[in-house]
Design a protein around this ligand. Structure first.
Ligand code: ADP
Ligand code: MG
Length: 322
């Protein structure tokens, strides 16, 4: 308790592990921190454990092992009153704005619900709902409408407004735009960036490819089969990725700058994501990696600092000490 709050990360995830049954290791010893006001992108193919990580952080799932601490307070051992405060500060926006809103509840009722649970009085609730709708670019006079009367983008705005209701410090955005039309995606991302500037929010921004997070994130963590295989600043990851999996994900992004276009070739990974219940020995990525050799099957590479600044788990990326 001697450290000042400005030094303590907002969120500290330490060796978070989640198993389903005895076999499926959906998330395996994942560690990262998140600072106030920061955006960390969490990227990887479908099934690699991104949503499970998010759900464990907000307490929707119990961890099998590891810890999650919010402002230095261990969430797992927090007492009731403390947990209530943590929950207020930690919100979640779901991927699918169609199924995440109750179709039988008006927007007014949807946005009032968290306020009601927090004991906010009726008059203030009504004012806050109007304020929230304005904050996300919706007309407060539409508060009595039902979800089906809104478009996908508007529904996601409602989901964001609900997450904002209690003034959180951190929002987990679980693929917040991947269910939306491409033309709407940029609007919602702009809204999220604008809200971050105005409210000082931190985001854990989950995405299945790197293009969505290329502009919004301060740092990026790349996941493969339940593990972080590379983590670093946005520039480290985008300008000189060291893990072959990151390189493959990056090669799939269209390049708009004609000067840089010639420098990158598309890497198409062969094979499917292996079953999380039966991951390959050694490096989990080796069955799809063009660099794989004997050492990769024998020894699992650890996530460690590399020469180019970021941390990566690959035998072939030059270490900092090399
Ligand atoms: P992502 O969000 O990256 O697509 P998930 O976290 O949803 O990945 O899933 C990670 C792994 O855990 C997958 O193999 C998935 O099948 C498995 N999984 C997720 N939820 C459950 C569950 N409730 N029961 C059993 N397995 C699950
Ligand atoms: Mg998911």
């Amino acid at each position: 308790m001697t450290r000042s709050s400005s030094e303590t990360p907002l969120l500290t995830v330490d060796r978070l592990t989640k198993r389903y049954g005895s076999d499926v290791r959906a998330v395996d010893a994942v560690s990262f921190t998140l600072q106030r006001g920061e955006t960390l992108g969490l990227v990887g193919e479908s099934g690699c454990g991104k949503s499970t990580t998010g759900r464990c952080i907000i307490g929707l799932e119990r961890l099998t092992a590891g810890t999650v601490a919010f402002e230095g307070h261990d969430v797992g051992s927090a007492r009731r009153a403390e947990l209530k405060l943590i929950r207020r500060n930690l919100q979640y926006v779901f991927q699918d704005p169609y199924s995440s809103l109750n179709p039988l509840m008006t927007i007014q009722a949807t946005l009032e619900e968290p306020l009601l649970l927090a004991g906010v009085r009726r008059r203030e609730r009504r004012d806050r709902v109007a304020e929230l709708m304005q904050l996300v670019g919706l007309a407060p006079e539409h508060a009595n409408r039902f979800p089906h009367e809104f478009s996908g983008g508007q529904r996601q705005r409602i989901g964001i407004a609900r997450a904002l209701a209690l003034n959180p410090k951190l929002i987990i955005l679980d693929e917040p735009v991947s269910a939306l039309d491409v033309s709407i995606q940029a609007q919602v991302i702009n809204l999220l960036e604008d809200l971050q500037d105005r409210l000082g929010l931190a985001y854990l921004f989950v995405a299945h490819d790197l293009s969505v997070v290329s502009h919004t994130c301060d740092r990026v963590a790349v996941m493969y089969l339940g593990r972080i295989v590379e983590i670093g600043t946005r520039d480290e990851i985008f300008d000189h990725p060291t893990h072959p999996y990151t390189q493959a994900l990056l090669s799939a992004i269209p390049i708009h700058d004609p000067d840089k276009r010639g420098q990158r070739r598309r890497i198409v990974l062969s094979g499917d994501l292996p079953n999380a219940a039966n991951p390959p020995s050694g490096c989990r990525f080796r069955t799809r990696c063009w660099k794989a050799s004997e050492i990769c099957a024998a020894t699992e590479p650890i996530l460690e600092p590399k020469a180019s600044g970021q941390q990566a788990a690959c035998h072939f990326a030059p270490s900092k000490a090399d």
